[in-house]
Design a protein around this ligand. Structure first.
Ligand SMILES: N[C@@H](CCC(=O)N[C@@H](CS)C(=O)NCC(=O)O)C(=O)O
Length: 212
């Protein structure tokens, strides 16, 4: 059975955001059962875990001795077993992959620039100076994304794919993105209304509740 690593507990602001959610959601969409390997304080820095995840982060996926890190790689690995996530038609598959990479490479870094300042450096002088520029850059990217989405329900048209799974998890990192853009708000709401997302979120939150 597949195992996903996750933190045993994180502070409330991070609950529902930790990136094992992406892996859990993909597994739920694919109908694949999984168990969790919950990391306590310090476990991420043990040589054993670092050998599996060089940066000491969650999640990793383990299956029969095979180990994978990076959520992009993990959701694509899982998506290979789910036509819901990855269409069979080669060009539609390529476009779904394109949106996964776009979420991680063209949107997430700019969202994280803002999120990190807001969460950890809002009271630092440099943070106050940097925030408007970082926000402006992020907004440029998210409004371009909104335009590309247009009136379509999903990024590639009528069909949800692993690209939407990744993009919607990136967009929900910062509530202000969807508060300022109705089209992206509707898009994220559409993606996260999927029963598989709800199961994944409940599972992550359930693990935190158990540990509290
Ligand atoms: N690029 C990585 C990022 C993973 C990541 O940032 N994980 C966070 C939790 S959401 C983490 O483990 N943070 C602890 C740390 O970086 O030390 C991925 O997509 O898998």
């Amino acid at each position: 059975m597949i195992t996903i690593s996750a933190f045993r507990w994180v502070p409330p602001f991070a609950q529902g955001q930790v990136r094992d959610l992406r892996a859990r959601w993909a597994l739920e969409e694919a109908g694949l059962p999984y168990k969790t390997r919950l990391l306590g304080q310090g476990d991420q820095d043990t040589p054993e875990y670092r050998a599996l995840q060089p940066f000491g982060q969650v999640p990793i996926l383990e299956e029969d001795g095979f180990v994978l890190f990076e959520t992009g790689a993990i959701v694509l690995y899982v998506a290979e077993r789910s036509e819901t996530l990855l269409p069979k038609e080669p060009r539609a598959r390529a476009r779904a992959t394109q949106w996964v990479i776009s979420a991680l490479n063209s949107i997430e870094p700019f969202v994280m620039n803002v999120a990190l300042i807001e969460l950890f450096y809002a009271n630092e002088e440099w943070g106050k100076l940097r925030l408007p520029g970082a926000t402006e850059f992020m907004n440029k990217r998210t409004s371009a994304l909104s335009k590309a989405l247009g009136d379509k329900p999903y990024l590639d048209g009528d069909r949800f794919s692993v690209g939407d799974l990744m993009m919607s998890t990136v967009l929900r990192i910062l509530p202000e993105i969807t508060e300022n853009d109705k089209r992206l708000a509707d898009y994220v709401a559409r993606c996260t209304a999927r029963p598989a997302f709800k199961r994944a979120l409940d599972a992550q939150l359930g693990d935190f509740k158990e540990a509290a």
